[in-house]
Design a protein around this ligand. Structure first.
Ligand code: BTN
Length: 318
């Protein structure tokens, strides 16, 4: 597997001899050379110096090999273009999820799906369109926890990477300064009481320029490039999100939902604000007071009543 060679090269800042790689991996020198040639063909720049060895100079963004080497135990599928990564991940995962999980990621989607039946604009502009398929040990009635967990993991990785105040708008929009940077679409298959398969679809505007966003979104959406004024490599972000989702899942198992809900509260850009909540064909106005143990938004309306909202769409009023 070329990703094992890649892992060795990426762990060293200097040269690694062909002999060391072949003995570490139990391969002949010719086999190592073949894998190096393959990596070069798919965009890795690898220097080869006689008597010194190989040195990794540059990695292409979004390579299956690199993601595979960073996400140990995961099955990674990188596509140039697809309809929707969620559909591909679901179709693959129903046949069985290998090891720890399945990651499907594409450079472009022709039918990107958003929440509430909307479409998700997915041009080939250096953005993230990824779907993670897993079998979490979570009851179907607690599926909102998975939504909350995915948003917490994604926001945490983006904050750590950029150092800016990226947060969450209930339930799982990733936002900065009131503008949407990304969204999460959770699709589930359930047994009578347990989630048998979860596909977490994450769409993040990373390297798109503001002017490249669809016109109707320019006032309400943003991109990481517009926030930080620089381009970002996608691979470390994607691998970081996978690791953080796994960490949050094991934290949920160990410490219970209270811990997760507190993490969500700390990242929330919704609590304490006045909002309009569209729930089906109804609209409610009130103050977003908290989330309950099921992840529902608790809205305090003008008459003083507290209403729990399980799913819907929010507009921030101030
Ligand atoms: C939202 O409406 O806020 C959710 C958007 C989710 C978009 C992502 S992009 C990757 C995955 N594939 C899809 O078709 N949708 C999700």
């Amino acid at each position: 597997m070329p990703e094992r060679v890649l892992k060795i090269l990426s762990q060293s800042s200097g040269y690694t001899s062909g002999g060391r790689i072949s003995s570490e991996l139990g391969l002949t020198r010719a086999a190592v050379w073949k894998k190096i040639s393959h990596l070069r063909k798919i965009g890795f720049k690898i220097e080869a110096v006689p008597h010194k060895g190989y040195r990794l100079l540059e990695t292409p963004d979004l390579s299956e090999e690199e993601l595979q080497s960073l996400c140990e135990g995961w099955h990674v599928v990188c596509l140039k273009k697809t309809g929707s990564t969620n559909d591909i991940a679901m179709a693959m995962a129903v046949k069985g999820i290998p090891d720890r999980g399945l990651l499907v990621i594409a450079e472009e989607q022709s039918c990107g799906k958003g929440r509430l039946g909307r479409t998700w604009a997915s041009p080939p502009a250096g953005n993230i369109y990824m779907s993670v398929a897993l079998r979490p040990e979570i009851y179907s009635k607690d599926s909102t926890l998975l939504t909350i967990l995915s948003a917490v993991a994604t926001a945490k990785v983006l904050r750590t990477h950029t150092g800016v105040d990226i947060g969450i708008k209930w339930p799982n929009d990733i936002v900065f300064d009131g503008k949407k940077l990304g969204g999460i679409l959770l699709e589930l298959r359930s047994d009578p009481d347990k989630i048998s398969l979860a596909v977490i679809g994450i769409g993040l505007n990373i390297n798109s320029k503001l002017k490249d966003l669809p016109k109707d979104l320019r006032h309400t959406a943003t991109t990481l490039q517009a926030i930080t004024h620089k381009e970002h490599k996608l691979t470390p972000l994607v691998a970081g999100i996978i690791k953080e989702i796994e960490a949050c899942l094991s934290d949920l198992k160990k410490n219970g939902r209270g811990h997760l809900l507190n993490k969500w509260r700390a990242l929330s850009h919704t609590l304490g604000k006045e909002v309009l909540a569209r729930v089906g064909d109804k609209t409610l106005r009130g103050w977003a007071e908290d989330i309950d143990t099921e992840g529902r938004l608790l809205l305090r309306t003008a008459n003083g009543a507290l209403t729990a909202i399980a799913s819907g769409d929010l507009t921030m009023l101030r």
